[in-house]
Design a protein. Structure first.
Length: 400
């Protein structure tokens, strides 16, 4: 196991000198090589022209596909680079030929954007949406999923690491059930790519969507879709252009033979290059070392917060990651977020709209979300805990 060189990683992250950044589940701080790669290409576009700079950067663009494939254990031909994780997920989901009577199985902590798509598909086609219950740990109940399977299940689609807590769903076990049933499996890995070591073969997913801006530490406005070769012919992208397909005769088009059929021609070349640099940066540190560090920091932060009066940690799951959610008695999480921001500590707020089924079942309307990454320090955790303790004490003094 490689050790994380904290001093080097922090010096390689300009933002560490400005803020205590504990919002990696929102958008992480990019490392210097990513920043330089994006700026360098933008300068080159200004110097010689956009098309010409893209042609000059052909090798760098191709290396992005290789780096992403290496990160998740796929082939480069199984990667499509798009503008965000939602668009990546949409391109797979809306390409599935659903019909009346088909079933979609999902989890209680499914993200709002995904569930809205299920509801739209149900309205359009008559598919049924069935939510798999949680087990005693608060994660998807694998045994319940197995019992819910039948010949009408067209798709299993879950979020690997939900946005509203430290939960890591048992994605590999779900993949085995999907393989046994022969149904499609779409995994939202928006919060897990760059945080956990992933192998698409072990996961067993047919499609996997991810973003660049979160734990991968890439530029905003970048994302990618993994599409298993064997699944390509079962799905036709809902949107096509001259990049995704060829116009072979007046009345005929032909889809590309690789995952880039899910892309379109126009792209942000600078950020696409930056995404590849971010993937290689993560690989250079080591996904296992990253996960060990993140999980350790997440656990340490939970321990600090659980010791504070008036503070309740809300995370669930047998396996917990670097996302830590909590509430402070008597205070709106949005107020907590603002107070922390004034102290130059970045966190975010998870609201019920994001994971409505899960949050309503737990009678929660919102939570503070602090998310750690491998380059955070123990001292930064202490700063957050001290600030929350002060806010908690202020809350209790006001109510006494």
């Amino acid at each position: 196991m490689k050790c994380v060189d904290l001093d080097t990683l922090r010096s390689d992250t300009p933002g560490c000198a400005q803020v205590v950044h504990l919002n990696h589940a929102g958008a992480s701080l990019p490392p210097r090589p990513v920043l330089e790669a994006v700026i360098s290409h933008l300068r080159r576009e200004a110097e010689i022209g956009g098309y010409e700079a893209a042609a000059e950067a052909g090798d760098a663009l191709e290396s992005t596909y290789v780096a992403l494939a290496d990160l998740i254990g796929s082939g480069a031909d199984e990667i499509a680079v798009v503008e965000n994780a939602t668009r990546a997920w949409d391109m797979a989901f809306y390409g599935i030929p659903f019909g009346a009577g088909d079933r979609i199985l999902t989890a209680t902590a499914e993200y709002a954007s995904n569930f809205i798509a299920y509801l739209q598909m149900a309205r359009r086609t008559g598919v049924t949406i069935d939510v798999v219950p949680d087990d005693e740990h608060g994660q998807l109940d694998v045994d319940a999923l197995r019992e819910m399977m039948d010949g009408r299940v067209k798709l299993i689609a879950i979020t690997h690491v939900p946005t509203s807590g430290g939960l890591v769903n048992p994605a590999e076990a779900v993949g085995q059930i999907a393989r046994d049933a022969g149904c499609l499996y779409l995994l939202d890995a928006c919060q897990s790519v760059g945080q956990l070591p992933l192998s698409v073969n072990a996961l067993g997913c047919d499609f996997l969507s991810a973003t660049g801006r979160k734990y991968l530490r890439g530029p905003r406005g970048t994302g990618f879709l993994y599409a298993r070769r064997e699944a390509l012919e079962r799905v036709e992208p809902p949107l096509l252009d001259l990049h995704a397909a060829s116009w072979v005769s007046k009345g005929e088009y032909r889809l590309r033979g690789d995952a880039r059929r899910f892309e379109n021609w126009e792209t942000n070349v600078a950020t696409k290059i930056g995404l590849g640099v971010a993937a290689r940066y993560a690989i250079s540190i080591g996904p296992e070392a990253i996960w060990e560090r993140v999980a350790t920091l997440g656990s340490a932060l939970r321990t600090r917060l659980e010791a504070l009066p008036g503070v309740t940690v809300r995370d669930r799951g047998r396996v917990k990651c670097g996302i830590v959610t909590f509430t402070v008695e008597g205070k709106d999480p949005a107020w907590i977020q603002q107070q922390l921001r004034e102290r130059r500590i970045n966190v975010s707020v998870s609201v019920a709209d994001y994971t409505r089924i899960d949050m309503e079942a737990r009678r929660l309307t919102s939570m503070v979300r602090a998310s750690v990454h491998y380059y955070n320090s123990e001292a930064e955790l202490d700063l957050l805990a001290s600030a929350v303790e002060a806010l908690s004490a202020e809350t209790m003094n006001r109510t006494q």
